[in-house]
Write a protein that binds this ligand. Structure first.
Ligand code: 5GP
Length: 118
């Protein structure tokens, strides 16, 4: 149910992670290679959905929960007013490396441009 990916192993506590947020549906932990002073990954913790392309209409609530969890975390940590960015990568051209959908929350500095070709 949680799948055979790195993030499935983190959900099952088979490998360690710096967990910063958890509720019934969502787990969040610090990215191991942060791209900003704050870089947290928000993932569904009860289902394994490999990519955004695998989402179906009845997953809308789950995706909303990822976004709302990130927004709540930003308020709780005190950087919501300064601002932040959320990013979800889908497959090769976006650089997706872990095939368990996840939302990146980036904050803590003025963020540079994004979306330029590699
Ligand atoms: P993607 O590139 O798939 O959108 O994002 C995957 C993210 O997972 C990357 O930002 C990468 O740094 C992060 N990551 C890879 N391995 C680990 C790990 O073992 N622990 C944690 N916390 N993050 C990881």
């Amino acid at each position: 149910m949680t799948g055979d990916t790195l993030f499935g192993k983190i959900i099952r506590r088979e490998i360690p992670a710096d967990i910063v947020y958890e509720d019934d549906d969502v787990l969040a932990f610090r990215d191991i290679a942060p791209q900003a002073p704050v870089h947290v990954l928000f993932i569904p913790k009860n289902v394994h959905i490999p990519t955004l392309d695998d989402l179906r209409p009845n997953d809308a609530g789950l995706v909303g929960k990822l976004v709302l969890a990130a927004a709540e975390y930003a308020r709780r940590e005190g950087f919501a007013q300064d601002g932040y960015r959320v990013v979800m990568n889908c497959r090769d051209d976006a650089g997706q490396t872990v095939f368990h959908i996840h939302l990146h929350l980036l904050a803590g500095a003025q963020l540079g441009h994004f979306g330029t070709p590699r």
